[in-house]
Design a protein around this ligand. Sequence first.
Ligand code: UFG
Length: 326
Amino acid sequence: GARNILVTGGAGYIGSHACKALARAGLNPVVIDNLSRGHADAVKWGPLIAADLRNTDRVRDTLRHHRIAAVIHFAAFAYVGESTAQPELYYDNNLGGMTSLLTAMRAEAVDQIVLSSSCATYGIPETLPITEIAPQRPINPYGRSKLICEWMLQDAATAWGLRFAALRYFNAAGADPEGEIGERHDPETHLIPLALMAAAGQGQLHVFGDDYDTPDGTCIRDYIHVSDLARAHVLALNHLGAGGDSLAVNLGTGRGHSVREVIDAVARVTGRAVPVVTAPRRAGDPDSLTADPTRADNRLGFRADYTALDQIVADAAPWFGHPGIE
Ligand code: UFG
């Protein structure tokens, strides 16, 4: 039979897209999610166990009952600003969840995991694009919690033979091109959703700083389509399932876009002006973050299919007040 994959945080934005990619690849997603930030109606491709990961007994029961072959671990808090204001929340949830999950996996002899990690583990890069051998010096509690999760996987690999793939996402964006699932954060803090909302008449977009050391003065990020990210998880599972060794890879397109370029894309795609106001810099935003995507290609055979910013924006648009856009 097909392999059953435990997807922690499978009711969330990237997790729900990963479940669709798994199902499409003939794998069976089993979601565990406490629904603190996820949406039960985003779980469409397998069962939902509504439980907190820190309940180790529930996780063990789930691994055993569903004969889980491997785990993809998304469940975590992921707001940089919130993590700075309430670090204890991030260490409790993100490290508590990881600790409990690894305890349950070891007890039930499940030895393969794909981790949702982040370019936030690199902090402020010395050179661009960022390769995986760049120093990891996170500058906020969110990034530190993800880096510690990577260390926990390395330690488990040494201690009991866990094999892992740490996937360091750059800026996840867009939505399922078929419209079955999308991005629904509360509060919404991400650039593309907020620019789309502004274009739909819901407020103004605040451009956080226009005096950065970039060609147009606004920050540059590497936006990767969430369906590409989702597919990378299937490739990582295949790598581990075939006996591949542990690895950490960047997931990005290798191309950067400025805030202004994103605003222009939103205006182009929606046919509407984006009301903008220049605002002070947001604390902890580096000038530019772009991935060197070479290792993901070499090790996993992963390359982003959706490289056009306009396509990413168009797929996100229906979820933010632009129902007709395709
Ligand atoms: N921005 C604005 N106005 C807004 C929102 C964002 O100008 O209203 C700018 C930001 O300053 C940044 C860019 O748009 O330059 C992208 O911001 P996002 O908040 O969309 O994304 P981030 O790059 O800050 O954050 C993302 C992920 C985090 C991850 C981080 C790594 O959402 O989880 O990348 O640096 F930690």
